[in-house]
Each structure stands twice: as structure tokens, then as C-alpha cells.
Design a protein around this ligand. Sequence first.
Ligand code: S3P
Length: 204
Amino acid sequence: MADTPTPTTDLRQQLQGLNLYLIGPMGSGKSATGHAIAQRLQYRFFDTDTLIERIVGKAIATIFAEDGEATFRQIEQQTLSQLAAYQRSVIATGGGIVLERNNWSALRQGVIIWLDVPVSQIYQRLMADPAQIAQRPLLQTPDPQAALETLHQRRRPLYEQADLHVIPDPADSAETVADRVLAALPTALRDPRDRPAPPDPSQN
Ligand code: S3P
């Protein structure tokens, strides 16, 4: 007798191998949530920042300090375009991935999920662990919360281009957010021909 399909089996079939890309501000829980989604779907999990650190052999903060943000963005773009060749993967991206227009061609090959966590909540979360601030070069200012706000104002219209918008509750664990993403995912699956053109980040 054939196994009864579980909701996740159905979802895997509906996804037809599409990758899932998590976008959103730094500290929004993309890595932890992505990891939990990958486990549930039995997908591979990748984190663009972790891959970049492995490829370059330096921490993200060191790449920014020694090579500059523009070089980091180039490596980020190459890393993302290489990941787009995979299937059945969940990919947690860096908060600035939405800035490069070319990145949207890679993102649009899969399903783009925006974890929309308010800046005030992110700031509290990051402040609870000083290493979280220290490892993020764009927060090395006297007022990291203001820096987060400024980045978010510019990027929010880009995050809004995602296929799926999820607002995690502050009390939600990564597993709960993953379950909410999976429950909402069927609403985001549509004919690839209906997908909108990539946004132009220079307009923001
Ligand atoms: C960045 C976010 C970071 C990392 C780099 C730049 C950004 O990733 O890619 O520090 O521009 O928002 P997380 O979003 O995982 O913190």
C-alpha cells in the first residue's frame, strides 16, 4: 500500500524542486528559520554569508574592512548565482542581497520569502548578544539602531517584492516561523510566467 502523503510531501511536489530564498534585514532570523524549513522539507540549506566566509577565508567584517563593500557585493552576487544552479535548497541571504538588480534574476528562479521583523525588535535581539553587532560591519556606528533604520527605509520597497511576506511574532521560535512559512507557501506558488520583472534598486 502506498504511503499516505504528509503535508510536507505535498508541498515538496508542489514546489517541483524550486529553491526557497529568505530575504529580510540582518538579525531577522533568516538562517535559523531557513535551517528549520530545510529540515522539514528535507532540502539542503545554504547561508550566503557562511559560504562567502568559506570561499574567501575571511570573516564578513574583515572582507568589508580589507576589500570594501563593493568587493563583498560582487562575491555575494557570484555566490548567489552559483546557488541558483541547485534545486531543492533553502538559502538564507544577507540583508543587502536585494540591492543588486542582477541578484533578482537568481532570486526569481525560486520562491522569495521576506521575514519582516520590525527594526526595534531586531535591535533588541542584536543588543542581547554583542557579538551579533560586532560581526556586522554596517552597524559599526555610534548609533546602530539608527543605522538599521536608515538601511531598512531604503530596502523595504525591495523586500516588498518578495513572493511571500511573513511577519514573525516576537515570541515565535525558528521552528514556529518555519511552520508558518510552510503553511503559507502554497499561496506564493504561481506560474513562473506570471512573475513580475525584477525591481530596480536604483529607484529607491
Ligand atoms: C548585510 C547583512 C549581513 C551581511 C553583511 C551585510 C547587509 O547579513 O551580508 O554584513 O547589507 O544588510 P545578515 O543579514 O545575515 O546579517
